[in-house]
Design a protein. Structure first.
Length: 249
């Protein structure tokens, strides 16, 4: 088990991780749509072929084809013919609108359950990391936090994913890493929507540094507690936003 996972490759690996419980086109579509929203798939980027995408997701080729068609209908992907053809991500300027629509479609119970599930995984990883990290691991983890520009939403969102993946790697549990990857692909665009708020970005940095400090002092319980509370705060922000969306129609 590697001591460190670099976020760019690890988080992208989450995008094309196998779909749990079998393949439905809607699940593949949502996974790719979330990845575009999160910035893991960039404008102009070429997607895998239908056959390769089906293999990576563990679904039938026809399922991958249906998912790509749905993304084309949403204006997120275009397919070009010819020698250099394929399916490419299209620049988007309605990320907030689509996330707001998804938040509105989920119940408060579903949103809270999302937070409980994610907090359980991330909290367990943080607790184990406190017991299994070396001094070099902790130094790299702190550098990961300090490299994030908390004044920039995109940098902070990516930093959030990077930090969670690094902590999961330090747990030295392959299963926790895989689950962290899967949950990031499924939940991250919603869970960390709060990071468009500058105060929430500052909070994120402070909480990450607090977790690093707990890991450094071998205080697994504190590392778990700070992790769970941070995720819980993001969920409460999301629920408040849902209320505001409903009030505004």
């Amino acid at each position: 088990m590697p001591q460190s996972i670099r976020a760019t490759t690890a988080a992208r690996a989450a995008v094309f991780a196998p779909i749990a419980g079998g393949g439905r086109a809607e699940l593949v579509t949502q996974r790719l749509s979330d990845a575009i929203d999160l910035g893991l798939l960039n404008s102009g980027e070429k997607l895998p072929s239908e056959a390769e995408m089906a293999r990576q997701f563990g679904v039938a080729t026809v399922t991958a084809r249906e998912a790509l068609e749905a993304l084309r209908e949403r204006g997120l992907v275009e397919t070009r013919r010819g020698r250099d053809g394929g399916s490419f991500v299209i620049a988007i300027d309605s990320r907030a609108t689509r996330i707001a629509r998804r938040v509105a479609s989920l119940s408060r119970v579903e949103l809270r359950d999302m937070g409980v599930h994610y907090a359980a995984i991330a909290g367990a990883a943080a607790e184990l990391a406190a017991d299994r990290s070396t001094d070099d691991d902790i130094r790299r983890l702190r550098e990961t936090v300090e490299a994030v520009d908390s004044g920039d939403e995109t940098s902070t969102r990516r930093g959030e994913g990077t930090f969670r993946l690094e902590v999961a790697a330090l747990s030295q549990s392959a299963r926790l890493v895989r689950e962290e990857l899967r949950l990031q692909a499924e939940f991250a665009p919603l869970l960390w929507w709060c990071l468009r708020d500058s105060a929430e970005r500052r909070t994120s940095r402070a909480e990450h540094l607090a977790v690093v400090a707990a890991i450094e002092t071998l205080d697994g319980a504190e590392a778990r507690r700070r992790t769970v509370e941070h995720i819980g705060g993001a969920i409460e922000w999301l629920l408040d936003e849902k209320t505001a969306l409903e009030a505004g129609g």
